[in-house]
Write a protein that binds this ligand. Structure first.
Ligand code: CP
Length: 297
């Protein structure tokens, strides 16, 4: 079964295949599966982009899509994640997307026989976000080898930072971290933000994950922006061809000056659109289809 739990499940060749398929879905809207697969999206943590771009991808591919709500389910009676997913398998669902607070929740699900796509596990992995980020970068530069990427902000609490760093290094990027020292969990690749914005081809900002912090932040929002965030002055210092990325949701005026979210260098909304293309590619992979199997609506 073609599940996706972490980026390490994919070889470099398979990463390129997902990106190629994602680009093909971008170029050819209206491609559907030959049958209407029944799929369920189970989000045990809040989500807008991952949840609804999976739903958009699945609906566009002709799937029948069900949303699971933990609050109205037997999870409230203490049913385990394993028994919940085994139930979905038993009652006819053919694939599930799961986001869960528990890191590596998928290790409990080895006996599930339908594909599982990880929509994020705690602060550990977010492979579908990584793939949409990679597609966005590839569309811009046509390569990964030698590209300079700085990931800025709340790295220690970010599943996006960890999934992206590992995959980007495997693809040949030069990756650095920037932000408050306490949040940069690998000092060996630390770069000061003012140096980083001049150096990088990709400036990737991260949301401050307040919900994962044990103590509230000491800096004010304005002080964080001035010290570590993307200000007008720092955008001016970026290379002409360099781009701004952020997985979103964005804390406007904290990680980035609010008006810069839609700056010509920003690819933040492009990333979201690419999320649908990449998730279509992952649903295709989950069901083992080739493009020759697909039907044109
Ligand atoms: N980028 C991202 O995962 O956003 P959501 O939490 O809204 O899914």
């Amino acid at each position: 079964k073609n599940s996706l739990f972490t980026m390490n499940d994919l070889s470099v060749e398979e990463i390129y295949k997902v990106l190629e398929d994602g680009q093909r879905f971008a170029d050819e809207p209206g491609l559907e599966f030959p049958k209407a697969h029944l799929v369920a999206n189970l989000f045990f943590e809040p989500s807008t982009r991952t949840h609804y771009s999976f739903a958009s991808a699945q609906q566009q591919l002709g799937c029948r899509v069900e949303d699971f709500s933990a609050s109205g389910s037997s999870v409230q009676k203490g049913e385990s994640l394993y028994d919940t997913i085994k139930t979905f398998e038993a009652i006819g669902y053919e694939a599930v997307v799961i986001r869960h607070t528990q890191e590596e929740y998928f290790k409990e699900l080895e006996n599930i026989n339908i594909p599982i796509l990880n929509g994020g596990d705690g602060k550990k992995n977010h492979p579908t976000q990584c793939l949409l980020d990679l597609l966005t970068i590839y569309q811009e530069f046509g390569k990964f080898e030698g590209l300079r990427v700085v990931i800025v902000g709340d790295i220690a609490h970010s599943r996006v930072a960890h999934s992206n760093r590992d995959a980007m290094v495997r693809l040949g990027c030069d990756v650095r971290f920037s932000g408050p020292a306490d949040w940069v969990d690998d000092q060996s690749i630390f770069m000061d933000i003012d140096e980083a914005v001049k150096w990088a081809d990709v400036v990737m900002l991260l949301r401050i994950q307040h919900e994962r912090h044990e103590q509230s932040m000491k800096l004010s929002k304005e002080a964080y922006l001035q010290k570590y965030g993307l200000t007008y002055a720092r955008v001016e210092a970026m290379k002409e061809h360099a781009i701004i990325m952020h997985p979103a949701p964005v804390n406007r005026g904290v990680e980035i000056e609010s008006d810069l979210v839609e700056h010509p260098k920003s690819r933040i909304f492009k990333q979201m659109t690419n999320g649908v293309h990449v998730r279509k590619a992952l649903m295709k992979r989950a069901f083992g289809y080739a493009f020759t199997d697909m039907v044109k609506r």
